[in-house]
Design a protein around this ligand. Structure first.
Ligand code: AMP
Length: 420
């Protein structure tokens, strides 16, 4: 049990998202979902927890996420459930369950959801974090790879992050392609076992590709001369990769080929990519994605190709923290002077909102000075002041909070006057 003092603090690795930062979180989430929607990606939200098998099968039992990081619990019915550590397997599970794959393909979905992984917390790495992602399911065409990669880049740029794009192809699970390559990789790793970090030795058989992700000096050195997947792609995968690169060139999306870029999750095939932001330090990956043509079958469905990405919202906010500054979209702060004006202020604020604008007012019985201060804090562009005189003549005094200029105008012309 935690000490009493700690019991009433947010658990380690979690964050309270509070204003003003929460405004940035809200703005960036909206920007992402808008950007994805404009490419035809519909919102999707799956449950926060799934049957544990969805991740065991869909993420792979040899992956670090499944092995070490899942929040798994048994519910009162004795079922093993897991808080989702990632979004792709649940979305694919939902697509198969609801037979969305029997309709028009590809199924294009987008989400902004919390994920849970029991990792060692540090800056940019949390136990509850947010991912913005898309999944495009039901087509293996390279145009889809290019579209997905480009909208991720488009969104990150408009969010104020200028990432580098790293690109690779990891082939597919066939003897003529990745399976053959894994054979030579394992052989190479075994020949160099003595120079590898201890933890990486344990991965040689279970998840050899993962050794490319090692941060250990010894392993890093060994991996510099390791055989590369790109030299072992089958003709189909090679052609697919060439086409994706060609299309990215056509879209003016710059990328760097990174033959050591792998994805830790077993179901990934062919295109793998990562968006990296220099300013983030150790946790510099803002997002990653790739094809997962083997996932549907791993979840008991028919073969169904797909591609997607997940971007770390927490890291995006860190990467653009110098910008930020989002606040409530308040256009008008209604100032009420005297009890009689309070009701009129409440009604006016409501009418302003009906017109599609933002309005706020005092609910603490402040005087004129206090309300003007609160108006500044609210971020409003205008204060609409209602006193006895204004009430009697059905007018308001409209004050431009930036310039300080003010004028008396009829109440009914207020909305037209303040509309941006
Ligand atoms: P992954 O699902 O592991 O491919 O991660 C995709 C992106 O999610 C990463 O590039 C990070 O930006 C973000 N991410 C992954 N794990 C965490 C975490 N523990 N805390 C914060 N962000 C994370």
């Amino acid at each position: 049990m935690p000490q009493q003092d700690d019991a009433f603090r947010a658990p380690r690795g979690t964050n309270d998202l509070l204003p003003p930062t929460s405004w940035d979180w809200y703005e960036v989430t909206r920007l992402a979902l808008d950007t994805f929607a404009r490419a035809g990606y519909a919102p999707v939200e799956t449950p926060t927890f799934e049957h544990t098998e969805v991740f065991e099968r869909g993420v792979g039992e040899a992956s670090e996420v499944v092995n070490k990081q899942m929040y798994t619990f048994t519910d009162l019915g004795g079922r093993s459930l897991t808080l989702r550590p990632e979004g792709t397997a649940p979305v694919m599970r939902a697509v198969l369950e609801h037979r969305l794959d029997k309709g028009a393909l590809p199924v294009k979905l987008a989400y902004g959801s919390s994920m849970y992984r029991q990792e060692r917390p540090q800056k940019g790495r949390y136990r509850q974090f947010f991912q913005l992602g898309v999944e495009a399911i039901g087509s293996d065409r390279p145009t889809l790879d290019a579209e997905v990669i480009e909208i991720g880049m488009r969104f990150l740029r408009s969010a104020g992050v200028a990432p580098r794009l790293l690109l690779n192809s990891i082939g597919h699970l066939d003897d003529s392609c990745r399976l053959g390559y894994l054979g030579s990789l394992v052989e190479y790793l075994k020949a160099n076992e003595s120079k590898l970090d201890k933890e990486d030795v344990g991965r040689i058989d279970s998840n050899p590709l993962r050794t490319f992700d090692s941060k250990q000096g010894g392993t890093l050195k060994v991996m510099e001369s390791a055989p590369l997947i790109t030299d072992h792609l089958c003709d189909d995968c090679k052609r697919h990769f060439e086409r994706v690169r060609d299309l990215l060139d056509k879209l003016n999306v710059e990328y760097e080929l990174e033959p050591r870029l792998v994805r830790g999750l077993d179901y990934y095939t062919r295109t793998a990519f990562e968006y990296v932001a220099g300013e983030l330090g150790a946790q510099n990956a803002v997002g990653g994605g790739g094809r997962y043509d083997g996932l549907a079958e791993a979840l008991g469905g028919d073969p169904l190709p797909g591609i997607g990405f997940a971007l770390g919202l927490d890291r995006i906010l860190l990467a653009r923290s110098h910008e930020g500054g989002s606040r409530a979209p308040i256009d008008v702060y209604v100032v009420a002077l005297g009890e009689a004006a309070v009701e009129a202020a409440l009604v006016l604020a409501s009418q302003i909102r009906t017109a599609g604008l933002g309005a706020d007012m005092d609910h603490a019985g402040r005087g004129m000075k206090g309300q003007m201060k609160d108006a500044d804090r609210s971020g409003a562009r205008f204060a609409a002041i209602i006193g006895d005189e204004e009430l009697a003549s059905n007018e308001v005094t409209l004050r431009d909070l930036a310039s300080g200029e003010q004028e008396r105008i009829p109440m009914e012309s207020l909305i037209a006057r303040v509309r941006p």
